[in-house]
Design a protein around this ligand. Structure first.
Ligand code: GAL
Length: 499
């Protein structure tokens, strides 16, 4: 029993994780920083979305969010008290280059902010993991040329932005992630349309967009621009700076609704390939560089093709497998073979279920409709990724919301005692440690999502994912540690091998 936490059930997992295992929390600039138009920052596409009526569930903006721009020193102190040894955060492109393009000036105040944050982390013994792109495109690039829909222009601008970051921070930062979840970015912003830049074929809600083509173009632009950035890093910076670089992909486990049914089994495989292999096969796969065959079959020439140069740039362009994952689903095939699949379908012709044929639930409910506690799916997903790609895995996001946290400050003790979240972390991280110990899967990091309740994109402040409860009503966004923060501190102490 350590500080009220008992690891008797995990006794055999003591020391299962390598001694240099990195663990901590992840955040994203638009979700926590605030200061959306301060010290020279240009607007991003998410600022535009937030200031367009009707686009955010609670009509909120990220104008202030958690005010981490002002209180980053407190955040670092908080993390130190949580016992972490790493922190994953993203840079706001339009804070660094307000108008975004390769010929636009940099903003020294924005660079200074990140430089100070990096120094503060290092002084606290916390390893920084930097994400270059976590969904906020400079608004000027969307206005000028529709950003990622124009691959040639976008690549030049993204490469220059990345270069500035390597030049300014690469002396101290040794862990780089180019893109966070290119798949979610492409689908939520260009298929469903709820995310920036709000493009979709759904004309009742959105003025522009084409769900049948744009997500695939935007996916391709991200892959190719990622490849260019990695080449620049490897050629010009890695030799002297010695860091690592890669891409982080989203992906949840999909399980056949009826394992005895061949069509359900095929649906589950398609789900994984549309969601994960879409990016992971070109980057981490073997053989010909292409998108998965099932995508080519369903999407035809709406799916871009790789030029020879693009193939070279993309294959092997990630030093590790960056993995974001949350939950699991039961799936079946939607449209039967022989009938046409609608061109707007972008998930692989699927139906989703909370229970399988036998009535077994995918897991306990959270405060978020799609998200349930499904550690069994995480266990299967780790094995699927490891056997298909065989790359060291860095888990870069995993976490949950929990019911009952929408209260006024100060939150009662029982609200801060977030047992649902503790159970989530206990079960998922336990599966991770088992995968390492029992099967030798090479897993090197775990970042919980997230350090503190924040602006959850188009959900506004209605989804609380943090291990810190935030009083969004207070001017200083007061931080209250939840019990899960203390739990994880003890848990990782138990699981990581002593030096
Ligand atoms: C991820 C995303 C995070 C956060 C999380 C919880 O897809 O990268 O920014 O929003 O989901 O919904």
């Amino acid at each position: 029993m350590v500080n009220g936490f008992d690891f008797a059930l995990e006794a055999e997992l003591k020391g299962a994780l390598r001694k240099d295992f990195l663990w901590g929390y992840a955040t994203a600039a638009p979700q926590i920083e605030g200061a959306w138009n301060i010290d020279g920052k240009g607007p991003s596409t998410w600022d535009v979305l937030a200031h367009t009526p009707g686009r955010v569930l609670d009509n909120s903006t990220g104008d202030d969010a958690c005010r981490s721009y002002d209180f980053f020193k407190e955040d670092v102190k908080l993390m130190k008290s949580y016992g972490v040894n790493a922190y994953r955060f993203s840079l706001s492109w339009s804070r660094i280059i307000p108008l975004g393009s390769a010929s636009d000036p940099v903003n020294e105040a924005g660079l200074a902010f990140y430089s100070d944050l990096i120094d503060e982390l290092l002084a606290a013994g916390i390893t920084p993991f930097l994400t270059l792109f976590h969904w906020d495109v400079p608004a000027a690039l969307e206005e000028r040329y529709k950003s990622m829909l124009n691959q040639d222009k976008f690549v030049k601008d993204f490469v220059r932005y990345a270069r500035v970051c390597f030049e300014r921070f690469g002396d101290r930062v040794k862990h780089w992630i180019t893109y966070n979840e290119p798949g979610v970015y492409a689908l939520a912003g260009y298929a469903g349309g709820a995310h920036a830049p709000n493009r979709s074929s759904d004309r009742e809600k959105y003025d522009e967009g084409d769900t049948s083509t744009e997500p695939w173009i935007v996916g391709h632009t991200q892959l190719v621009s990622h490849g260019h950035v990695v080449k620049v890093y490897r050629d010009e910076f890695q030799p002297k700076q010695g860091g690592t670089i890669g891409i982080t992909l989203s992906g949840n486990w999909s399980e056949p609704w009826d394992v005895e049914d061949e069509s359900d089994r095929a649906a589950a495989q398609r789900a994984l390939e549309f969601e994960i292999a879409w990016f992971a096969d070109p980057v981490h796969g073997i053989g010909e560089v292409d998108y998965p065959a099932c995508m080519r079959e369903q999407l035809g020439d709406r799916l871009p093709t790789f030029t020879d140069n693009e193939k070279k740039l993309v294959r092997g362009s990630s030093d590790f497998y960056g993995m974001n994952t949350y939950t699991a689903f039961f799936v079946r095939t939607a449209v039967p073979p022989g009938s046409p699949i609608p061109p707007e379908d972008h998930k692989g012709n699927l139906l989703w279920f909370d229970e399988n044929k036998q009535g077994v639930s995918r897991g306990a409910e959270s405060d978020t409709e799609w998200l349930r506690t499904s550690p069994w799916g995480f266990a299967k997903l780790l094995r699927w990724i490891w056997s298909r790609y065989h790359k060291p895995i860095f888990v870069t996001e995993n976490g949950t919301t929990t019911k009952g946290e929408h209260v006024s400050a100060p939150p009662r003790e029982d609200v801060l005692n977030d047992t649902h979240r503790i159970e989530f972390y206990r079960s998922y991280v336990g599966e991770l440690a088992k995968a390492v110990k029992e099967e030798g899967i090479d897993i090197r990091s775990y970042f919980g999502w997230t350090l503190m309740d924040n602006w959850e994109w188009a959900k506004g402040y209605t989804d609380r994912f943090g291990v810190t409860w935030i009083d969004f009503e207070s001017p200083e966004k007061t931080r209250y540690p939840k019990r899960s923060a203390a739990f994880n501190r003890q848990y990782f102490k138990h699981l990581i091998a002593e030096a």
